[in-house]
Ligand binder design. Sequence first.
Ligand code: MEV
Length: 296
Amino acid sequence: MIASSPGKAIIFGEHAVVYGRHAVVSAINLRCYVKAEKSNDFRIISHFGKTGLDFRGEHAYISYAIKRFSESFSIRGVRIEVRSQIPPASGLGSSAAVTVATLGALNAEFEAGMDREEIFELARKVELDVQGIGSGTDPFVSTYGGGWIIPEKRKFSSNVEFGVINTGIESITSEMVRKVRELKEKYPELVERIMDSIDQVALEGARALENGDVTKLSLLFKINQSLLRAIGVSTPEIDRIVADVELSGHSAKITGAGGGGCLLTTGEGDFRIKLSAEGVRVEDFEDWREPYNRQV
Ligand code: MEV
């Protein structure tokens, strides 16, 4: 059976959300597709290569998803194949999407009958298994789809589209989250205040998104990016890209963990994303027929 789930974009509030502040986040129209087939052993096939269970390598999220699933539903083996539209290690939620889509495909293939809440609970455990740290935002959005204001889990919708600039530099979320935690341990009051400011930006940003106020969004992007720079998750390379975008009259900010990955921009970017997409779903096709090349 094939299941898919969407990537996500954090529009405002990354990192601060780990410390209970608000974030504005949405599923996006790029998906990860996972096919699960019963088997006598464990095989994982993706563009990273072919492995068995691989808890420390490129297939860590999938391996832990299988492990967590098999704690509740005993399975002899499974062949997992992944095709994803979401650039990896780029801040667009590829890890959560592959985790949730794997759980969705296992659920369907083994007729386990899990609902979305149960899929999310397992995906949240997998995030912690692999990263050791994280707010649970990414697996939540990948499971349920749509746009959300966290931590209240209030839904929002917006017709605003953003450009995405991919820096091409891979970034590891857990490393960036740890870096911020270290800074916060060293300068707690200073960093708490920056987190409070990001919180305020996120709240104003949610309103601007709902009202389609692009001028305000552009200003808030600049402020949020400056605050992310202040907590050490920007890089000279990202700062240069942001400066170029600003010279052209638009603004840009990191989306996700930073240190590389993707930027959201009010300008064109390398490609465009729509804010909204369905959460995890079982596909009605049983074999690959290029859905992964289609923007949904
Ligand atoms: C990563 O997409 C977002 C962070 O805020 C980490 C998290 O919320 O788990 C950096």
